[in-house]
Design a protein around this ligand. Structure first.
Ligand SMILES: [Zn+2]
Length: 230
């Protein structure tokens, strides 16, 4: 059966895995882009992802590393950066211009990825006034994104007692993204980690005056925060 994901969606996933966020990452971002990890993120079989990675390799977009990980070539990286910039601008078109919520925007943006040419994307960028980030906090400019990665950490890497501000939300899991919004876990939200027990798959945070939230490790690995300097 053919994989329903496009080459661009694969590049987007490999790009996400290739640029780790924070110094150490328990799960999620930062794992080497192995076929198994790519398959898990896209929700496809390992075999299906393996086939597609072969295609990307044949097209000169990736090379295989020592552990068979998928490494972006210069061509692959340039295309991946175009793809993520396009995705983030389309999301802003959906929220700012068409009135979709942040939770809805990601899936629709995936559907529209091939609709707009690069020139149209530049026009959308101008019309929207050069937005700096997508609705989920990811910088539109990949250089800004990569430079900022070192300043952020997944919530799952923080110790109890740490204060932080949510900067970006993982987008690859649509249901998880909806859960973040339903629970007020959105970019700009300040929080304090009150309990961090990865062994029990349990994190607890307080959101200012908005009460406490229990967060699973999977969700905590998809919340990218800026820890406050004490
Ligand atoms: Zn987004």
């Amino acid at each position: 059966m053919a994989d329903r994901h496009s080459i661009d969606e694969y590049l987007e996933t490999i790009y996400f895995l290739a640029f780790p966020i924070g110094e150490y990452t328990p799960k999620g971002a930062g794992s080497p882009p192995l076929a198994s990890r790519v398959a898990e993120m896209l929700g496809v079989s390992r075999a299906s992802a393996g086939e597609m990675l072969k295609r990307l390799e044949a097209e000169g977009l990736i090379e295989r590393g020592a552990k068979k990980e998928a490494l972006l070539t210069a061509t692959g990286r340039a295309r991946a950066e175009r793809v993520v910039r396009k995705h983030r601008l389309i999301e802003r078109l959906l929220t700012d211009f068409m009135g979709y919520t942040g939770a809805e925007a990601h899936v629709h943006a995936d559907e529209l990825g091939d609709t707009f040419s690069d020139e149209m994307i530049d026009r959308i960028d101008v019309k929207l006034g050069h937005p700096e980030r997508c609705p989920h906090g990811w910088p539109v400019d990949p250089d800004v994104e990569q430079a900022e990665n070192a300043e952020l950490a997944p919530l799952a890497a923080l110790a109890a007692g740490t204060s932080a501000t949510i900067v970006r939300l993982a987008e690859h899991d649509g249901e998880l993204l909806h859960w973040f919004y339903a629970n007020g876990l959105v970019p700009g939200q300040e929080l304090v980690v009150t309990a961090a027990e990865p062994a029990a798959d349990q994190f607890t945070v307080t959101l200012g005056t908005d009460g406490e939230r229990a967060i699973s490790e999977k969700a905590a690995a998809g919340l990218f925060v800026r820890p406050s300097s004490a």
